[in-house]
Design a binder for this molecule. Structure first.
Ligand SMILES: *[C@@H]1O[C@H](CO)[C@@H](O)[C@H](O)[C@H]1NC(C)=O
Ligand SMILES: *[C@@H]1O[C@H](CO)[C@@H](O)[C@H](O)[C@H]1NC(C)=O
Ligand SMILES: *[C@@H]1O[C@H](CO)[C@@H](O)[C@H](O)[C@H]1NC(C)=O
Ligand SMILES: *[C@@H]1O[C@H](CO)[C@@H](O)[C@H](O)[C@H]1NC(C)=O
Length: 387
């Protein structure tokens, strides 16, 4: 997608090669996919400007709040959090209404592939279910099974079971599911399409584990998880044994940094978590902190000591950063702010140090992303992913 521009630029650049010394920056364009209640959009970021390239209505009362793109078949899978459909469509057409829908469980808030993208798991926050999809061929995904988390590990808390994410471990044999309502991390056996929940670890009541990520360090594996209710980040070792993996708790601290409490502890709700591919930098979105802008916190994992250290936080250009995504080179962090004023922003990331730019270098106004007639006080972008 960025190639034609790049070639044009390089051609211009070589024509100008008689002029020595100053090497102009190459104007790379980054594309993002954005989900808003009632609408899906794509946009391009070039230098410091975003431009909406396409948008399509998904219909009133729909919220395609999580999507995954399979580039080998040029297929976007989008899940309607307000319903139970997962729809496959081509990125160019961006058309949920004329896509290939399939029915899964209700209230799914997260989708992720296995390594070869032949399976995709949906986490059914609203239904306590885990949906297992066959995504090996283009077209509508095929529901292989739905696993009811309540049956194996019922919640004793007031929220019931609320699986919020499902990630394959680095071996691809196991699935880890933060159950936000039950204050548990579940481990399911992903071998031979079993997906039976075989183990679980409990967190303190009202922790609300939401999104996690794996860290590989030589032959050891670690797992970090951001907790929405306690605003704590927990670090575990993910230890393999003959009976399957288990979690060994190593440390916990505030997602805001040491001894820092959010301004409003009632509303604060840690959200997304990303681990960089260097297995060192971890980013967590702190939502609804009570400040005029929320922030992204950066933590550094030291493989030698297994310490997780707060390295700083930067504002997101708005409130309620629900989703974050790296570009392919991990030099930009894209953020969605559900409550604006900027709806989608881009923050520089230094790949060497992992540090984030002091503030977003580009952004789109929330109001520019909404379907016609939507109220910016109640509707905002839910999802962003670089594509
Ligand atoms: C899909 O993306 C991956 C990772 O960015 C890349 O290695 C691969 O070449 C891409 N495949 C196609 C068909 O574009
Ligand atoms: C999951 O299992 C529980 C306990 O048996 C049951 O109450 C609930 O209805 C089931 N959920 C679904 C979506 O089937
Ligand atoms: C803190 O958040 C709660 C829940 O959203 C809200 O009711 C309350 O007004 C907020 N407090 C302040 C001081 O803004
Ligand atoms: C890091 O780990 C070392 C060795 O376990 C420990 O002595 C030190 O206190 C830790 N530092 C922090 C900041 O936690």
């Amino acid at each position: 997608m960025m190639l034609p521009r790049l070639i044009t630029f390089l051609a211009l650049n070589s024509m100008a090669s008689a002029v020595p010394s100053v090497m102009p920056r190459i104007a790379v364009t980054h594309s993002v996919l954005i989900g808003v209640p009632g609408q899906i959009l794509t946009a391009d970021l070039t230098e410091t400007s975003f431009k909406i390239t396409n948008k399509a209505s998904t219909g009133a009362g729909s919220d395609y709040s999580w999507m995954r793109y399979k580039n080998s078949t040029d297929t976007v899978y989008a899940v309607n959090e307000y319903g139970s459909e997962v729809t496959a469509f081509k990125l160019d057409h961006l058309d949920v209404k004329n896509g290939n829908p399939a029915t899964g469980s209700a209230g799914v808030v997260f989708l992720e592939f296995n390594k070869d993208q032949t399976r995709m798991i949906g986490a059914g926050y609203g239904s306590s279910m885990l949906d297992v999809w066959d995504t090996s061929v283009a077209g509508a995904p095929k529901l292989l099974k739905s696993v009811n988390v309540t049956i194996s590990y019922p919640s004793s808390g007031p929220l019931g079971n609320k699986p919020h994410q499902a990630l394959f471990d680095p071996t691809g044999d196991w699935l880890v599911v933060p159950d936000l309502g039950a204050d548990r991390l579940l481990i399911a056996d992903a071998k031979a399409d079993s997906y039976k929940v075989i183990n679980a670890v409990s967190l303190k009541a009202e922790s609300g584990p939401r999104h996690g990520g794996f860290i590989k360090s030589d032959d050891r594996t670690f797992y970090v998880v951001a907790c929405e209710l306690s605003n704590q980040v927990h670090l575990y070792e993910f230890k393999y044994s003959d009976n399957g993996p288990e979690f060994v708790h190593l440390a916990e601290q505030s997602t805001y940094g040491p001894d820092i409490k959010p301004k409003n502890t009632t509303s604060a709700a840690a959200g997304a978590l990303l681990v960089a591919s260097n297995n060192r930098d971890i980013y967590i979105s702190n939502r609804l902190s009570g400040d005029t802008e929320d922030n992204i916190a950066h933590f550094i994992f030291d493989a030698k000591t297994t310490n997780l250290t707060f390295a700083g936080s930067v504002p997101t250009g708005g409130v309620n950063p629900r989703s974050i995504s790296f570009d392919a080179s991990e030099s930009i962090l894209f953020v969605t702010n559900v409550a604006g004023p900027l709806g989608v922003t881009a923050i520089n990331r230094c790949a060497a140090s992992g540090h984030l730019g002091a503030k977003p270098f580009a952004g789109m106004k929330l109001t520019d992303l909404l379907p016609d007639g939507a109220d910016p006080a109640t509707v905002g972008p839910q999802f962003v992913a670089a594509i």
